[in-house]
Design a protein around this ligand. Structure first.
Ligand code: NAD
Length: 709
């Protein structure tokens, strides 16, 4: 097998064809070794006098170039001078491509991301295949960087600054058809015609001289008028600020680079890009985001069990019991991925409600352009509904999502078993009930586990696969494989109250309520959490989840961990008054005027006044410490108890399950970067509040612990 990533050949007599196919790898990445190969191939090409054109393509179906090598970038120190050198090597290669005395075309099939798109942008023309995996994007801002190989320069010159800034600041990729509409690629054709199309464009360009014009356009300023310039970047900056709340420097840096450089010649613009890029490489945020990327990759590869011999069972048909919020969401997730699903409930009205919810979800996806109408129809064809457990007899797996009541669930399992062959798997979506305990009621506890989806199922990527004491490796591996098949990220968790995410979330929710009782306002608490980087504060989160649900789940976790749980009567008082949160129009906030964000509500103030124990001013710093330190301590307890199989599962569980800011690298990582000594110092301040602020041994060891595998 060849050890080189690039193959060069002459086709049709005078066209140079470079095929990029990195050996022993599913992806093509632009690491230092590959850059060296590009330099060599270019030297060979530059010497030749017989060439009339150059085409670059990938040898891997569905994969053009994934981008720069993140292992190299993630391990880069924060050394701007070193970063500049790294960048200049790549820039020089692109410049050499742009100086060849004949037209060039990049034939793109599959992911064309980051450095891959920057490379393609150095070609005079790009053509794409309509392969479903073809997508083009500059995702650098998602890992705390900006494009460094000319992406902030050539993209605005090719598709215009407004579109370019949107693509770069969001980091989102576009499919082939959209790329063609934007003018990013010349056109999009079926895979089997891609090479022919590249040759056709090459010939046309040679005949018309279009390649000279394409090059000229990329060298020159884009030429925005003063008004256009001011408008474009005011809009772009506003959009970035709204999204990042000023917490992530990279998207704004990208906008500013394009703003400063788009009206300058390419060479001057590239210098501005390089300076800005070098400031971000190796920065803490960038390294954290890259570390999270790798933690996510680990999960994607993880089979969920340590024994490599274990093979997941094939799941061809599933059943879902309960057509409520979760049952319909779970059924929707299966049918969207082509897995036939039978959904059961106790009466027609409940089933109709569940089906309507699924239809609404599919319709929403069609309207957002994320699904074709015929795909939505095909998905619905995979759904059937039933009132009879007998209809579950041909299912490989049945997921229970009926009401959160142990007696009802256990009775359901017992009745289900009368119809379900013994070799099938039963999983429960319970949020709080012990899997080990419920397993005692089933005939085959080794084929019983928790499969805890998060609400809304359509948007939340995380699934906790919960192993009861007797759950087998095969059952675990099967649920992990199935969760991945429907696009979710599974984490295997040992059975314990609250499992992983709710167990760590509740100390934080509890503390928010205690802070209210001590005098903090709901807004001040939410603000401290969002300033830290959470997508919403704990008070709003209660209103969104439902205060009745939060009260119930909280009781289970707080009873189990009574030694350290801080309790409050506020949730109980709210539920008593029917203030269940967003769903009832009022909770901590009122949702009458603003159904999403809510407004401050004097009626809640009256309830709070009854519950308040103190009325003191509490600083934002204290609120932040008090919210996140108990959360951290619970995370260290989960670590010590082996609730997950790898410390990075705790980080990813919180990032995916509750939106813990990825740019902090995870909660354990955050503590490490603050410093264990400093965390201990902060805990000392709150020692008098009780065991929930007392350090754990695992926290003391955190400084030296290996946090990822
Ligand atoms: P829900 O009240 O919306 O739906 C429950 C459905 O189960 C109803 O349609 C009801 O008619 C049906 N049902 C009741 N008894 C039944 C029986 N014996 N057989 C068949 N169907 C029956 O509740 P939900 O929010 O969808 O919660 C379902 C499960 O998912 C619970 O265990 C809950 O703890 C868990 N869960 C909920 C959330 C959430 O945020 N809502 C998140 C994760 C897990």
């Amino acid at each position: 097998m060849s050890t080189s990533a690039l193959r060069f050949e002459i086709v049709d007599g005078n066209i140079g064809l470079i095929t990029f196919d990195q050996p022993n790898s599913r992806a093509n990445t632009l690491n230092q070794a590959v850059l060296g190969e590009f330099e060599q191939v270019l030297s060979e090409i530059e010497k030749r006098t017989d060439l009339q054109g150059l085409i670059l393509r990938s040898g891997k179906p569905g994969m053009f170039v994934a981008g720069a090598d993140l292992k190299e970038l993630g391990s880069a120190e924060h050394d701007p001078e070193q970063a500049k050198k790294m960048v200049q090597r790549g820039l020089r290669i692109l410049e050499r491509i742009e100086s060849l005395p004949y037209p060039t075309v990049a034939a793109i099939e599959g992911s064309c991301m980051g450095g891959g798109l920057e490379l393609a942008l150095a070609f005079d023309h790009r053509v794409a295949s309509t392969h479903p995996k073809t997508e083009l994007g500059l995702p650098e801002t998602k890992i705390g960087l900006i494009p460094g190989w000319g992406g902030t320069q050539r993209l605005p010159r090719v598709i215009g600054p407004a579109n370019a800034v949107e693509m770069i600041a969001s980091g989102d990729a576009v499919p082939a058809a959209k790329a063609a509409a934007l003018g990013l690629v010349f056109d999009a054709v079926p895979s089997e015609r891609l090479l022919e199309e590249a040759k056709r464009v090459l010939q046309m360009s040679r005949e018309t001289g279009a390649w000279r014009e394409a090059r000229r356009q990329k060298q020159q300023p884009v030429g925005l008028t003063e008004d256009q310039h001011a408008f474009t970047f005011a809009v772009a900056k506003g959009a970035v600020l709204a999204k990042t709340k000023g917490q992530l420097p990279a998207p704004m840096a990208a906008v500013e680079v394009v703003e400063k450089s788009c009206n300058l010649p390419l060479q001057e613009g590239l210098k501005i890009e390089t300076e800005a890029f070098a400031r971000l490489v190796g920065s803490e945020i960038s390294r954290n985001l890259i570390a999270v990327f790798f933690m996510n990759q680990r999960l994607q590869k993880d089979t969920g069990v340590s024994n490599p011999e274990i093979k997941p069972q094939e799941i061809r048909r599933v059943g879902v019991l309960g057509a409520g919020i979760m049952g319909s969401g779970i059924a929707g997730a299966f049918i969207r991925r082509g897995i036939p699903c039978s959904m059961l409930d106790v009466n027609d009205a409940a089933l109709a409600k569940g089906v309507a919810a699924i239809q609404k979800l599919l319709q929403g996806r069609v309207e957002a352009g994320r699904m074709k109408p015929e795909e939505a129809v095909a998905a619905l064809g995979n759904l059937c509904t039933t009132l009879s457990l007998a209809a579950m007899s041909d299912r490989d797996l049945v997921i229970e999502a009926v009401v959160e009541n142990e007696a009802v669930k256990v009775e359901t399992f017992q009745k289900l078993q009368q119809h379900l062959p013994a070799d099938r798997i039963i999983a429960s979506n319970t949020s709080t009930i012990s899997i080990t305990r419920m397993a005692k009621a089933v005939n085959n506890p080794e084929r019983f586990a928790g499969m805890h989806f998060f609400n809304p199922v359509d948007r939340m990527p995380l699934v906790e696969v919960i192993r009861g004491e007797k759950t087998s490796d095969e059952t675990t591996a099967t649920l992990v494989a199935l969760a991945k098949k429907i696009g979710k990220t599974p984490i295997v968790v040992k059975d314990c109250p609250g499992f992983l995410v709710n167990r760590i979330l509740f100390p934080y929710i509890n503390e928010a309520l205690v802070l209210l009782e001590e005098g903090a306002s709901p807004r001040a608490i939410d603000k401290a959490a969002t300033t830290f980087g959470m997508p919403m504060g704990p008070i709003t989160l209660n209103d969104v989840v439902g205060n009745d649900t939060a009260l119930y789940a909280g009781k289970v976790v707080n009873t189990a961990f009574a030694d350290r749980a801080a309790t409050s009567r506020i949730l109980e008082e709210l539920v008593k008054e029917g203030r269940l949160g967003q769903k009832s129009g009022a909770g901590f906030y009122s949702y009458a005027k603003d159904p999403k964000r809510g407004t401050d509500d004097p009626a809640f103030e009256a309830i709070l006044a009854r519950c308040r124990k103190q009325q003191r001013d509490i600083s934002a710093e204290e609120i932040t410490d008090r919210l996140f330190l108990p959360m951290l301590l619970e995370a260290t307890r989960c670590l010590a108890e082996g609730i997950v199989r790898d410390p990075s599962d705790i980080e990813m569980g919180l990032i995916l399950g509750i939106g813990f800011p990825a740019w902090r690298g995870g909660i354990l990582h955050w503590a490490r970067s603050v410093g264990v000594e400093e965390i201990l110092r902060r805990l000392k301040k709150y020692e008098h509040l009780g065991p929930r602020f007392h350090p754990t041994d695992a926290l003391r060891q955190l400084g030296t612990m290996k946090l990822g595998s």
